[in-house]
Design a protein. Structure first.
Ligand SMILES: Nc1ncnc2c1ncn2[C@@H]1O[C@H](COP(=O)(O)OP(=O)(O)O)[C@@H](O)[C@H]1O
Ligand SMILES: [Mg+2]
Length: 278
């Protein structure tokens, strides 16, 4: 079967001889949008592996393809060519309903534009995916309250999105994405509208989930707070990956040589010991 073959191809051996399968595996991803008859090449053949437990940033200037790539990985959009495999599933081959189910089961998505439901309160927005998952009321309340307090919105839970600032809405969006304790969090510029203090608090929350639950994080950002916290930075430019060094806690030794080389030109950072050192 195609699926099995693809999964086997994604296996690899690390320097230690351990067999590993990337949790997110993108190969040759190309995305061409049509803008009134004019093709826009958002991605031009992107390869990317993200392993379980990574805490990785996708950097690059506006228009470089960050949002497009996250959308392909989250099954919100399909590549024009290439493959996108997440947790062993060919997400590009899922129809809309299957993709929604897949996200609900595995992925927390923080949208650049928040995408909160305007008629629901902060609390109800953050609770939404837990309701969809059929989580019991008491468990929902405990999880949502704790998360909203954690992101500094404990007093604002009953406000609707239009009664919140951009940064507050962004924090609701993050709480919603984290509420189900997903295996993978894809976050599109999660700190774009935040000052450094709330940005740092959000990053600490994410690092904690990464450390304690092994949640895999892939976030796009230009924010130095985020890039500093990331254990690996993949840089996009004009729809291509320009620097993608192996790094992170799980691959510190395997990637050390290349990381050192990449860091030498100032284009990439690799903080191998992990977020605990911050
Ligand atoms: N729906 C769309 N239709 C047409 N062009 C798009 C669409 N989405 C993105 N693009 C274009 O694709 C390129 C990459 O965009 P994007 O992925 O949003 O980059 P980034 O998130 O890095 O700013 C840009 O040139 C953008 O204008
Ligand atoms: Mg974007």
């Amino acid at each position: 079967m195609t699926q099995t073959t693809t999964a086997r191809d994604a296996d690899r051996r690390t320097a230690g001889g351990r067999r590993e399968h990337a949790l997110i595996r993108v190969r040759g991803a190309t995305k061409v949008y049509d803008k009134g008859g004019v093709p826009v090449h958002a991605l031009r053949g992107v390869d990317l592996d993200v392993h379980e437990g990574e805490f990785t940033a996708l950097a690059g200037p506006s228009g470089s393809g960050k949002t497009t790539l996250l959308n392909l990985i989250g099954g919100l959009d399909r590549p024009t060519a290439g493959t996108v495999e997440v947790a062993g599933r060919d997400v590009a081959g899922l129809d809309k309903g299957e993709a929604a189910d897949f996200r609900l089961a595995h992925i927390g998505f923080v949208f650049q534009a928040y995408n909160l439901v305007p008629v629901l309160t902060a609390y109800e927005n953050a609770e939404f995916t837990l309701l969809l998952r059929g989580v019991a009321a008491a468990e929902r309340r405990a999880a949502v309250t704790a998360l909203l307090e954690r992101v500094g919105l404990g007093e604002l839970m009953d406000r609707k999105p239009h009664e919140l600032s951009g940064g507050q809405q962004q924090r609701v969006a993050v709480a919603r994405a984290l509420a189900t304790r997903p295996r993978i969090v894809l976050a599109d510029e999660p700190t774009a509208n935040l000052d450094s203090e709330p940005s740092t608090a959000l990053l600490e929350l994410m690092e904690e989930l990464n450390r304690e639950l092994g949640t895999t994080f892939l976030f796009s950002s230009h924010d130095p707070v985020v890039l500093d916290a990331a254990r690996r930075t993949v840089r996009l430019l004009d729809g291509r990956v320009v620097v993608a060094e192996e790094g992170g806690a799980a691959h510190a030794s395997a990637g050390a040589d290349r990381s050192a080389a990449a860091a030498g030109d100032g284009a990439a950072e690799d903080r191998a010991p992990g977020p605990g050192t911050r």
